[in-house]
Write a protein that binds this ligand. Sequence first.
Ligand code: NAD
Length: 288
Amino acid sequence: MTARPPLAVLGAGTMGHGIAQVAAMAGYDTRLFDAMPEALETARERIEANLRKGIQRGKVTPEERDRALDGLSYSRYLGEAADGVGIAIEAVPEKLDLKQKILARCGEAAADRALLATNTSSLSITALAEGLPARDRVIGMHFFNPVHIMALVEIVRGAETSDETVAKAREVAERLGKTPIVIADSPGFASSRLGLALGLEAIRMVEEGVASPEDIDTAMMLGYRHPMGPLKLGDLVGLDVRLDIARYLHEALGSPVFEPPTLLERMVAAGRLGRKSGQGFYRWSEDE
Ligand code: NAD
């Protein structure tokens, strides 16, 4: 059996535990780092539960589970997790200075030409790389939640990211069983920008009385084969989260497409945030 190449995942929350799981399943010697011991414990439990469910559904064999669990280690120390790795994927909270600090420390501990990837969903890769000695090796690898199920990875190229780094990120994404797309460092990347344009227009249509939320969602599901309509999706993501992204993209891109609709502003002000508050465009019960 060939040796497992070492890979570090920095941050063991919602995204980090999922990235670590798919990396271990793909045969990497996966080191998962988090500053909080309880986050590491929760990550371990979530990974084991995902694998258990995978076996029950016939998607994972017991051998694949054992191989994944054998390939995973957990650490509270960044230097230990990143020591000599050729690939690091950062998934700490969405704060520029924190991510820069983690990437800089990781760059010191990792192998000389290591890939330094960030799972940021909105920050500029160029800005994140600023001040780091290894700017050409910094790249976005934007995974989707839940990572073990969602097939897309947006590979985001910063102003100084090298071709070699893009090629390596693509190769890693494919080895993890994902389909990569490569995009320039631009606000909202590809998926958030397009998804939000649709979601905001759907809200404006409700506002204008064009159709009910249910009928607008049905139009996209049956007319365009979307698995879920844009209004229900907004409820699931959280309308407050959607509003924040709309404000950010409106400012960053300057396009009226992203101007937050009045109805969205009003719903958020009234605490109608979607599933998490029990009411958005739909009514949600606790077990949904
Ligand atoms: P999360 O809050 O679930 O996890 C973040 C983890 O980072 C936590 O376990 C926390 O203990 C750890 N952490 C905090 N400070 C740390 C530090 N100084 N050193 C080490 N670990 C630290 O967050 P998440 O939802 O997994 O998001 C992580 C990143 O992924 C963010 O950049 C987010 O924008 C992006 N993202 C999130 C989603 C999503 O659906 N949640 C999707 C795509 C991308």
